[in-house]
Design a protein around this ligand. Structure first.
Ligand code: 5GP
Length: 190
């Protein structure tokens, strides 16, 4: 999506060729009207797909998730980060390895909010190795909910998460896919 690619080129900052900082519209300061425009593109890409809930992870997925929930007219659920693996029977949980922090953490979702019969659209700001989405998929599977796809703002196509998820049958819709980023600049997939 050209709108997002242009914004990444004007406002993004590449750190060590690995991390893209988009703190002034997506990750720290949030351009809400801009995210609502992105959400309209996902509405187009997922038209005809039954969606009953959006599921993301705190904290950086919540802004995108909110715009998506508003656009689709369904609730947003976010997986909460949990300090220990000692989780209780009222929640579904998953362990996720964080690409940005280099450590594993647990997330939990109350069993009240993911139900059998739910058609869940996953959402996140970034897709890199796919661990965050895999954790959310595990939670949906445990809850008997169906994953109908993933709405991602920025996919780092040079990491394999997106392609692996597509191969496994998940409809991943990333609005900007970066094939290369370094000190020479950012190259998007056509
Ligand atoms: P994955 O689980 O797919 O490896 O990584 C996705 C998660 O890591 C996202 O939730 C996102 O918060 C974070 N992440 C991965 N790469 C980047 C990046 O280049 N920039 C930022 N800001 N976050 C990233």
């Amino acid at each position: 999506m050209k709108l997002l690619e242009d914004r990444i080129l004007s406002d993004g900052e590449v750190i060590d060729g690995k991390i893209l900082k988009v703190s002034n519209f997506l990750n720290h300061q949030i351009d809400v009207a801009f995210l609502d425009q992105l959400a309209q593109e996902w509405v187009r890409r997922f038209s005809g797909v039954k969606i009953t809930k959006i599921l993301t992870i705190e904290s950086s997925g919540i802004a995108i998730g909110t715009s998506l929930a508003r656009a689709f007219g369904v609730p947003l659920v976010f997986a909460k980060k949990h300090q220990t693996s000692n989780v209780n029977e009222d929640v579904y949980s998953a362990e996720i390895f964080s690409f940005t922090h280099g450590i594993s953490y647990h997330v939990v979702v109350s069993k009240k909010y993911i139900l059998p019969g739910d058609s869940v659209l996953l959402a996140d700001d970034f897709l890199a190795n796919g661990k965050a989405l895999q954790g959310l998929i595990k939670i949906c599977n445990e809850g008997g909910a169906q994953v109908v796809g993933a709405a991602i703002a920025i996919e780092k196509g040079f990491q394999n998460g997106g392609d692996e998820l597509r191969k496994s049958g998940v409809k991943v819709e990333s609005l900007a896919i970066i094939d290369k980023m370094d000190s020479d600049g950012i190259k998007f997939r056509d």
